[in-house]
Design a protein around this ligand. Sequence first.
Ligand code: GLN
Length: 297
Amino acid sequence: MTTLGEALRAGTERLLAAGSETARLDAELLLAHALETDRTAVLAHPEAPLGPAQVAAYESELARRSAGEPVAYIRGLKEFYGLAFGVDARALIPRPDTELLVDLGISRAVAALTGMWRRASGPLRVVDVGTGAGAVAVAFTVTLRRRGYGRVLDVLATDASAEALALATENAVVHGAADLVRFRQADLLPADEPPFELVLANLPYVPSEEVDRLPVAASFEPRAALDGGPDGLGAIGRLLALLPSRLAEDGSAFVEIGAHQVASVERLADEMLPGWGASVHLDLGGEPRVMEARRAG
Ligand code: GLN
């Protein structure tokens, strides 16, 4: 008879041997998933026995994780901004770093909606470009609705991938935001949408050559969601080029970037957005993570 405690120890060793850097945590999450419970319950009852079906479920998850598959895909779930998002190979797994993009978007939206300088009337026009699993658009919308801003938002979420949009829509439904977020398949911004007051974007920005050097877990994610072309800035550059015509006069764009891309993104912004103001926001780890662009003056 195997107990939960023994299963955790054995699973941790197996995942360590397979090269996981978070073997103990992985084992806890996978065991909890196999038992259809949460991590706390697993930790609280190390003496509890496991049935044969549970052992089999856990074993098959350990095998998948040992082959490099991310825990989030095995669980079908990733926590982001305090919400649980359904995830699978249709879209990139939301990263904790990207919560900064949501924070900045929310602050900016509240400032625009409560400030006196806003030019437009009616709902604030927001777009999440390259929404993937929908994490940014849904977290943004759910949080602002909770604060009472639901009716003054018009949120669009785009993605080039129809599969990603299907997943994002499922996530919006689960979180009760499907009535507030419109999903459209598009390369960056659909041509027929009026200008946006707030643009949020987590586009692919990893240089092509570096994609293959990412941890093996990333090879399970859609390459198109990571690969930003030779210098990593292909998609970001194309978005910046659209901003002069697609961002409202008093609008702001927040674009996630890689920590080592500050200088090259600033050069790109100088080129595509001459005379605009650009600044960089640091994530919780103190790394540059989001570039903000707005028309100066
Ligand atoms: N931060 C992600 C990674 O390193 C990259 C995400 C992206 O390209 N948007 O895996």
